[in-house]
Design a protein around this ligand. Structure first.
Ligand SMILES: Nc1ncnc2c1ncn2[C@@H]1O[C@H](COP(=O)(O)OP(=O)(O)OP(=O)(O)O)[C@@H](O)[C@H]1O
Length: 726
């Protein structure tokens, strides 16, 4: 590695010199050779630099495993597996193979003995003699061991018992068989993963991105790959894994941000968490039967908007009743254009069709106006000829000839001028719509609504109109806006992602997913989520069948093992899981024991009790510690009380920067996706009730803990528990 790094250092210098030279030449002679030189050399420079960077990055831990392997019909090989590949600079033999390469699959997938592995569409067979794992730190080999299955090995145990970096890390050395299957699942097919809390969904999604970009190679532009995260905090949380996995330049954003950028509309959105908090405070049972946020996420709502689009389309189609003519000469029949608009071009967004039709008219006008002019020219020539030969009286003859010439000279340039503007003049009747206004009209127009949604009772229609009287926007409107925009104007190329990864997909509504699929014109989605954590289910999906219907090509996977949480903590979380309506199987923790969760009885919130627990946890070496409460109001209140008592505590917000060692106070809904060494859950002012939302919020809170859990409240019922098994 050092040899190669040295060589690449030399290469870099040489290339830099070459670029300098070409730049110097550029000033004196205008030579295109110099341009080409600069371009080629900069490309080399970039490549050499990339290689240098990736080697530098792994220098202290070049590989983590080795397989002793023999492909059928070939010699035995010892292959070292690492985060990046390395080839001998002279023989070009592989020294280290990349974990994403096809043969590395053998390490993750196969037990010892006869094995098969796929390379593109071919299946190779071979014999795996041994798998060896290495523990290397800071360039020093600490230990190694031979293993069979990668499950429950020492390396995994080590990785899991380690202290949480506040952010997510890569797991290339310990990827499990069932996780590997998802990472490497067919790249040209969508996938949906239902995975238990802590089963590695987020981690796997990120590794799949890395695998995808590696396998697709240089033909795929990473900017066309988008990962949708639940909030900004989450993007920061996953921030350091992607570069570690060699992934750069992909689009990392939230659904809200993406939609607004893609359709070029900035909205002041109601915070979805505020919406959630209101529901939590009011209790789920108070939700009305005609629940507008939920309705706006259904495919039925999409169908209503489709009717609206058809209506708009028909109104435009009528305007094609007039033919395109120049003077009295017909250039194209309106009925032909109407057919193009409604049938032939129907695969395009409405306004794109109009642009195309304008081009069709322009081309036809260009072609036909020439023949109109030629015909007229000829006709005038004839008339002039006839006048010259037919009229005896020279005065009359002159008069007639002049008249024809004048007429011709006046009429033909006019036609030419008219031809230039015929298409635009004809198309002027088609006014462009503004997506937001178009949608707003639907939300507020009584007659329109009754025509488009006759399935709703008068009362429901009235509720709908009242709801929108004041202009306000919420996340559930984004699917509608995006969908309408896509169907009317199309999504601009820059935002037309070709591959989408969605984390926490249980928080999406069907229409949100359908709109994205329609706007991007692709079903290349990797979706991971957990119904048990569906805290937004008042407006999102509650089962996967409908998602699978929307993505009929999708492969469905489940992950049942949790890698985050100790057996003792998972036992408590499973109690809550078993109370849920979703009928999800209990989570199996990988074998890792820890302290039994502790219940501390206290009538009201006391800084003293929290401080005592916090100190204890710090002493036991935990670094990331969170105090989770149900709502943000409590979070604020408790942070004030704690700070007054001299405990450094901060409320986690969507724009918080993770990483400082202090007690983080986290409202339950924001804890989703995150993990901490230790968690203290409190329930005083708002205990958890036995309602669907509360069960999920509590389950999310419980499953954030990696090693230790404390429950502090007046009684166990506040946590929906009877007792903790000792
Ligand atoms: N194969 C593995 N080897 C080592 N650590 C792993 C492995 N799989 C998962 N983990 C660890 O388990 C923890 C949970 O992973 P992750 O956050 O990706 O799970 P998740 O399914 O997205 O959880 P949640 O649903 O709660 O958001 C992380 O710390 C991750 O590093």
């Amino acid at each position: 590695m050092e040899q190669i790094l040295e060589a690449s250092q030399r290469d870099l210098k040489a290339v830099q010199e070459k670029i300098k030279e070409s730049m110097a030449n550029l000033e004196y002679i205008d030579s295109s050779d110099s341009y080409i030189n600069i371009l080629t050399n900069s490309r080399f420079f970039e490549m050499a630099l990339n290689q240098k960077d990736s080697l530098e990055a792994v220098k202290k831990k070049p590989y983590f495993a080795r397989i002793h392997f023999q492909r059928t019909g070939e010699a035995e090989e010892l292959l070292y597996i690492g985060k990046t590949s390395l080839f001998h600079n002279e023989t070009l033999e592989p020294i280290i193979v990349d974990w994403r390469s096809p043969v590395a699959n053998v390490y993750y997938d196969g037990r010892l003995g006869e094995i098969t592995y796929p390379v593109r569409d071919e299946v190779f067979t071979g014999h795996l003699y041994s798998k060896r794992q290495y523990k290397i730190e800071d360039g020093e080999l600490l230990s190694f061991q031979d293993i069979d299955l990668t499950t429950n090995d020492e390396l995994l145990q080590d990785a899991l018992s380690g202290k949480a970096d506040v952010r997510l890390t890569e797991i290339v050395a310990t990827i499990q068989k069932e996780q590997n299957e998802i990472i490497r699942a067919h790249l040209r097919q969508p996938i949906l993963v239902q995975g238990a809390a802590g089963s590695g969904k987020t981690t796997i999604a990120l590794h799949r991105i890395s695998y995808f970009l590696y396998t697709m190679g240089e033909h795929f532009n990473p900017e066309q790959l988008m990962i949708l995260a639940p909030n900004k905090l989450f993007i920061e949380y996953i921030g350091n894994v992607l570069p570690e996995l060699g992934v750069e330049h992909i689009c990392q954003t939230t659904y809200e941000e993406y939609v607004q950028k893609a359709i070029g509309i900035k909205l002041k959105l109601q915070n979805p968490n505020e919406q959630l908090e209101t529901i939590v405070e009011d209790g789920i049972d108070t939700l009305p039967a005609f629940n507008i946020p939920k309705i706006k996420g259904t495919l039925f709502y999409r169908d209503i908007l489709d009717r609206y689009l058809t209506m708009h389309e028909q109104q435009l189609a009528i305007l094609f009743d007039e033919d395109v003519s120049i003077e009295k000469y017909k250039i194209i029949r309106g009925s032909h254009l109407k057919k193009l608009f409604l049938i032939e071009f129907s695969y395009m967004p409405i306004e794109k069709r109009l642009e195309r039709i304008k081009k069709v008219i322009q081309a036809e006008v260009k072609r036909k106006s020439k023949s109109v002019i030629d015909t007229l020219n000829k006709r005038y020539e004839d008339m002039i000829g006839k006048a010259l030969s037919g009229l005896r009286d020279p005065d009359k003859r002159r008069e007639m000839v002049t008249k024809f010439i004048d007429k011709r000279d006046e009429r033909l340039p006019k036609i030419k001028a008219e031809a230039k503007t015929t298409a635009s003049a004809y198309m002027r009747r088609f006014e462009k719509v503004k997506t937001k206004l178009f949608y707003r009209k639907f939300l507020t127009d009584r007659i329109l609504l009754s025509e488009l949604a006759p399935e709703w009772t008068m009362e429901e229609q009235e509720k709908f109109l009242q709801y929108h009287k004041k202009e306000r926007w919420a996340i559930e409107d984004l699917a509608a806006l995006y969908y309408l925009h896509a169907k009317i104007k199309g999504i601009p190329e820059q935002w037309k992602m070709r591959v989408v990864f969605i984390d926490e997909v249980q928080d999406y509504s069907l229409f949100q997913l359908a709109a994205l699929k329609a706007g991007l014109e692709t079903d290349m989605f990797t979706m991971v989520g957990d119904l048990a954590q569906g805290i937004h289910s008042y407006r999102s999906v509650t089962e996967w069948d409908s998602v699978l219907n929307l993505f009929p090509r999708a492969n469905y996977f489940t992950l049942q093992k949790s890698y985050r949480t100790t057996i003792e903590i998972m036992e408590v979380a499973n109690k809550i899981l078993s109370k849920m309506d979703e009928d999800l199987p209990l989570v199996e923790p990988v074998v890792r024991h820890g302290n039994i969760p502790t219940f501390v009885e206290s009538e009201k919130f006391s800084a003293g009790i929290i401080e005592e627990i916090y100190e204890k946890l710090l002493q036991r070496g935990h670094r990331s510690i969170a105090l989770i409460c149900k709502t943000s109001k409590e979070a604020l209140l408790y942070s004030k009380i704690l700070n007054k008592s001299g405990i450094e505590a901060a409320v986690l917000k969507e724009d918080s920067v993770l990483g400082k060692t202090q007690l983080l106070i986290v409202p339950s809904y924001l804890a989703k996706g995150l993990e901490f060494d230790a968690v203290i859950i409190v329930a005083f002012d708002t205990p958890y009730f036995d309602t669907p939302i509360d069960r999920k919020l509590l389950y999310v809170s419980l499953t954030r803990a990696m090693h230790e859990l404390y429950l502090v409240g007046p009684n166990m019922e506040s946590f929906l528990l009877d007792e903790i098994k000792k």
